[in-house]
Design a protein around this ligand. Sequence first.
Ligand code: F6P
Length: 545
Amino acid sequence: MALPSINPTTTESWEKLQEHYSKIKNSHLKSLFAEDSNRANDFTIKWEDFYVDYSKNRLTKTTLDLLLELAEEVKLKEAIESQFSGEIINQTEGRAVLHTALRANESSEVFVDGKNVIPEISSVKSKIKAFSDQVVNGDRKGYTGKSFKTIVNIGIGGSDLGPAMVVDSLQFYKNHLDTYFVSNVDGDHVNEIIKKLDPETTLFVIVSKTFTTQETLSNANTIRGWFLKTADQSAIAKHFVAVSTNIEAVKNFGIDENNIFPMWNWVGGRFSLWSAVGLTISLSIGYKNFESLLEGAHKMDTHFKNESFNKNIPVILAVISIWYNNFFNAESEAVIAYSQYLNQFATYLQQGIMESNGKSVDRNGNNIDYQTGTLIWGEPGTNSQHAFFQLIHQGTKLIPADFIGFKESLHGNKEHQDKLISNFIAQTEALMNGKTEDEVLRELNKQNVSSEIINKLLPFKVFQGNKPTTTIFINKLTPESLGKLIAMYEHKIFAQGIIWNIYSYDQFGVELGKKLATKILKEFEINSFDNHDASTSNLLKYYKE
Ligand code: F6P
């Protein structure tokens, strides 16, 4: 069955939302709290180890009811069912979308083209486990008989960002192996990493769903060339493994058939860290922790699939985002994690969110005349407070922000943790309340500032407040809670794509630039650049002169 394809702006709820928006667009969050003493509790979802407080958003119960009505009207429930049951919902590429099957129970059944895919998934998981155990235990040796000390993941996009983010985020749980990620086709990246490697003790994991990606193949070839300066061809089988759907291309690269970890075309690149693409995760933190990550994601899957929309975390986050994007015309959203461990989280989300929902043609093939995909950005708190928070507090743009924090620290230093969490909570309070003229006056008077200076300074010291935030407070950063958090955003992406009536699982937009780069690379060989616009040919000639 095809996904529903309803233009959201033609629904009754959309019209009602527009009307409602004109009534509440200027309401201040402070008054919304004053008017409803249950607001904080009513707009909080407690689920497992997650406490999600969305009360500091510019909405009322009516807003939420209407947004959820919109989700019903565009048939989100049916779409969720279609995704989980393996229907071909990535219609432009003719594929099912089943990252959820990768973390499903072994006893479940998910059919693609009439075949249950769970046994295949289990068998690849067993292969990941056996391989990771051997490498971590030191039983698997390199070509000179030494155990491995270093892992290098070679991949880009979904074949890099997910594993890199998870390995970095879960470094507290890491074993003795050093892990590096090579992604950029910029030779500086691979060369700087090569400097740190010992060929005798390094294992290379080449990750490419298609095994045709320029960056990954260039880096893999460069590394193989470097490796063969000290080792001979037969050593490749011991030091190079690959994750791909393109088995033939992997074999042609020279990788031993036993060293290939398969994946399937029903796993999208940016949703693939749960498959063998996560091999580097399993190698770095051990298979048991990798499994916990998957279990966490599975719990979020079950919540998303079964929970009613008014208590469904990804659905609530999705509709709030639609509210700002399509009614308040907010262009971007910030994700601020109050954990240095989540340093790479916003970067990771950028691919997930912007590659999925950066679309301007709807599921009927029509050009869209409403806003879709949000810009996503962020850096960890508290660093970001000293970087871009000024603009969120006092700038002209409305930037809804997710604040992610963990109650318990992993390092155990209470003094630091209290300081961190006081900032985490204080910022959401400050963004909401702002600072009125009266408050500024009182403060300056207390400091005995002259009235002349007070009058001059007053407008600059006022904060309007009313800046929306959602607080996602999690007990502790563990493989399981990280799995839940990532899956929460994955489902938010999907729910938004359904409401916007777009296909979230293709990415044709990244093709054009890739093709042109290949064409230009060929032109470098013949030194002929006239077949371009004047600016482009000037730049090419300037490079080559
Ligand atoms: O950037 C486009 C893209 O196709 C991503 O969707 C994907 O994650 C990345 O390239 C890498 O692709 P592959 O795993 O096939 O090398």
